[in-house]
Ligand binder design. Structure first.
Ligand code: FAD
Ligand code: A2P
Length: 411
């Protein structure tokens, strides 16, 4: 069984040995594992080394630097287990920063990749931003995790600061610029006009940073998503985490990865794709990618203008045609042959046999992120084909989950 354990713990102490001198800039050697790009840039080259261990020490170092408790990260890692969580016997960074003691980061960039982001569709909530924060190497994370953001508020019940909101991390462990000091998010701005709730009465709504405003309506603006989408470089941001163990990549470089995303559910998938197809950390010494399996992305969005990171996906498809497949469902612009609205499951149904076959392979993992309705969509798509094979989809999905091959994060 291809086990989706975390990178990390197995090599915790061993990793410290080579990391200790100059973390986080010291580069560990190339790992055999697919997952576990640590928060360092990767020096391509030698044999399988405990990349994960490198991460764990950095995590420990970050925890230590906050608590001023020990002189070295390694000693701390051996003694203290704060800031890490053991998942499948391995350690991953975990809640290094809490709501009571968040990490004070800075915004580096917001919305500077127009080609990867959304543009105005006419809907009130059209905007999705790609924002990057500097964490100074203090908030290490791995692909598939989330961080929390604390907005100044007021929150729904008037609390200041607001309660934390979780966001799936959209950058790989090394960050967008591969210096292991940044974390990026993909955030949809919540704007509801004349809906059930309002935190701006008629006449109170002002244009946001993107220029969208509804002065003649009562408006609800999501507390944290508007805080994030309105950020500019240099602004402060309060970060908690990292957290999340559901969406971690398998370690097996030959694993197949089926990615199903609606809207901002693309965030963890972007994180994976950066590691698999972009980062130095995912390259072998010969320049080849460490990843040897198939990655197949299905993305569901309302408009073609909302095809997040489309340029990156097209680039991977061009560079790795045998390893990266990319299909999308544009719900408000496309229909299937039967005239049905094109949801992600409608698109997948076009490849149902191929996908079903792929899922029989124990090396295949399914990752699903985004709207809650996706799970029932999967049942719609695969129910009939499972039945044809004499299986029950719900049972099959349950078995895949048990085998740690079916990963779901819906919100
Ligand atoms: P809020 O202010 O929290 O409003 C949310 C909703 O609450 C609105 O629809 C509003 O109508 C309703 N509401 C307002 N007042 C009331 C009231 N009094 N009672 C009941 N309901 C009310 N989002 C992303 O954009 N990108 C991501 O990558 C992402 N990843 C996530 C990962 C995880 C694991 C989880 C759990 C969530 C993720 N989210 C993500 C969602 C994110 O956490 C926030 O929920 C989202 O940004 C909305 O937050 P907000 O503060 O802007 O909206
Ligand atoms: P639609 O809104 O047209 O019904 P976003 O988060 O940017 O709004 O994108 C979410 C996408 O997921 C939209 O295309 C939305 O379609 C689609 N969607 C809505 N409900 C479901 C569902 N139950 N299963 C799959 N996709 C869905």
């Amino acid at each position: 069984m291809a086990k989706a354990a975390t990178i990390g713990a197995a090599a915790l102490l061993g990793g410290c040995a080579f990391l200790a001198p100059s973390a986080p800039s010291a580069a560990p050697s190339a790992p055999a594992q697919l997952r576990g790009a640590p928060p360092q840039s990767n020096r391509a080259g030698s044999a399988a080394a405990p990349l994960a261990g490198a991460f764990a020490c950095v995590a420990a170092a970050a925890a230590v630097s906050r608590r001023s408790e020990a002189s070295t990260a390694c000693r701390a890692a051996a003694v203290k287990k704060k800031g890490v969580k053991v998942v499948h016997g391995k350690e991953i960074p975990w809640n290094l920063f809490t709501p009571k003691a968040p990490y004070p980061g800075k915004v580096i960039e917001n919305d500077v990749h127009p080609q990867t982001l959304t543009s105005d569709t006419g809907d009130a909530n059209w905007e999705t931003c790609h924002v990057t924060f500097d964490h100074g190497g203090k908030v290490p994370y791995i692909e598939g995790q989330s961080i929390g953001i604390i907005a100044p508020g007021p929150d729904k019940k008037g609390e200041t600061p607001a309660r934390i909101r979780l966001y799936s991390i959209a950058s790989s462990a090394v960050g967008d610029n591969q210096n292991s000091k940044t974390v990026s998010l993909c955030v949809k701005r919540v704007v509801e006009v004349d809906g059930e709730y309002a935190n701006r009465e008629k006449g109170e709504d002002k244009p946001d940073k993107a220029g969208t405003g509804f002065p003649d309506n009562k408006v609800y603006r999501g507390v944290c998503s508007n805080h994030i989408c309105d950020m500019s470089p240099g602004d402060d941001v309060m970060i908690t985490g990292p957290t999340g163990a559901e969406m971690l990549l398998p370690e097996d470089p030959e694993a197949n990865i089926i990615m199903l995303a609606t809207g901002t559910g693309i965030a963890p998938m972007r994180s994976y794709c950066r590691l698999l197809f972009h980062d130095d950390a995912g390259a072998s010494s010969d320049g080849d990618r460490k990843f040897k399996g198939l990655a197949w992305l299905f993305m569901g969005v309302p408009y073609s203008k909302s095809l997040l990171y489309d340029d990156e996906h097209e680039a991977y498809k061009k560079a790795y045609p045998s390893q990266f497949k990319y299909d999308y469902a544009v719900s408000r612009e496309q229909k299937n042959a039967a005239g049905q609205k094109m949801y992600i499951q409608t698109k997948m149904a076009e490849y149902a046999d191929e996908l079903w076959e792929l899922m029989q392979d124990e090396k295949t993992h399914v990752y699903m992120c985004g709207l809650k309705g996706m799970e029932s969509g999967m049942a719609e798509c695969f129910g009939p084909i499972a039945e044809k094979a004499g299986k029950d989809w719900a049972e099959f999905a349950k078995a895949m989950k048990k085998a740690d091959r079916y990963h779901v994060e819906v919100y």
